[in-house]
Design a binder for this molecule. Structure first.
Ligand code: ZN
Length: 261
């Protein structure tokens, strides 16, 4: 069975900006989904902010192995309840790939727990991405470095927790550097942040970028995750021990007492 990827697009710039609409006539999300679908191991579909529940209903998420997220202008319009629903799915084992300006998406900040801020400049300058981890699955088939001729600059310091792994760093023509491909584990969910993808440049047509996204979907998929409902193991006291134990010391928390959680 193929990996079920869902590409979530904010779909706002495509409706309002002529440059973006011409570059991505069917939306950035459709372009990304198309590139994923060129791989027989992946079946990608799309959802957008404008759909009921942002296209992220319980049933839709239950059928999603890996969610990709592109947002920029309307982070604040994403309902908190939906963000929480996505977070719980990630903890339960759904992969999450956050793209470019998604660094400020509610779901990314929720899962990182840090401001996720950075420096930026929109000058269409050259970006050179360097592999820092040649043997990482997300880097499979890529050269040691590749260029994007026109990109927005994102610079350090990047307000993220120390990554589990750094797969790419970027150099920009203006001199800045940035951790542009980083991984995390949140609960049973694999999380990957990938920097490139400014809406006014043809980044999602770039073959190296497309290779990264296909690799990232396969890496993020966690078929071993078993407990879809993270609340299935609530925070409860265990009164019966498996082995006989001798109780020692005072018991501060008694059954039924307020506030022992
Ligand atoms: Zn941008």
């Amino acid at each position: 069975m193929s990996i079920r990827a869902l590409v979530w697009g904010e779909n706002v710039h495509e409706q309002k900006n002529k440059v973006v609409a011409e570059l991505y006539p069917n939306g950035m999300h459709s372009c990304i989904a198309e590139s994923l679908n060129s791989d027989a191991q992946i079946t990608a579909t799309t959802a957008t902010l404008q759909e009921p529940e942002h296209g992220l209903t319980e049933s839709r998420l239950a059928e999603t192995d890996v969610l990709l997220w592109w947002g920029h202008a309307a982070h604040g319009d994403v309902e908190d309840a939906i963000v929480e629903r996505v977070a719980e799915r990630v903890w339960g084992g759904m992969g999450l790939i956050v793209l470019h300006s998604g660094h400020f998406a509610k779901i990314f900040k929720r899962l990182m727990g840090t401001p996720c801020n950075l420096t930026w400049r929109e000058a269409g300058e050259r970006e050179r991405l360097w592999l820092t981890s040649r043997n990482h699955p997300i880097a499979a088939g890529l050269p040691d470095h590749f260029e994007l001729e026109n990109e927005e600059m994102y610079g350090e310091p990047f307000g993220i927790p120390e990554p589990l792994e750094t797969v790419f760093v970027s150099w920009f023509q203006g001199g800045e550097v940035f951790r542009s491909g980083v991984t995390y584990k949140r609960g049973a969910g694999n999380v990957f942040y990938f920097r490139p993808g400014h809406e006014t440049y043809p980044t999602y047509y770039d073959e190296n970028v497309r290779t990264v996204l296909r690799n990232a979907v396969k890496w993020a998929h966690n078929p071993a995750a078993r407990i879809a409902d993270v609340n299935a193991a609530p925070n409860v006291p265990v009164s019966e021990a498996l082995e006989p134990i001798e109780e020692r010391g005072p018991r501060l928390h008694h059954d039924g007492e307020e506030g022992y959680r």
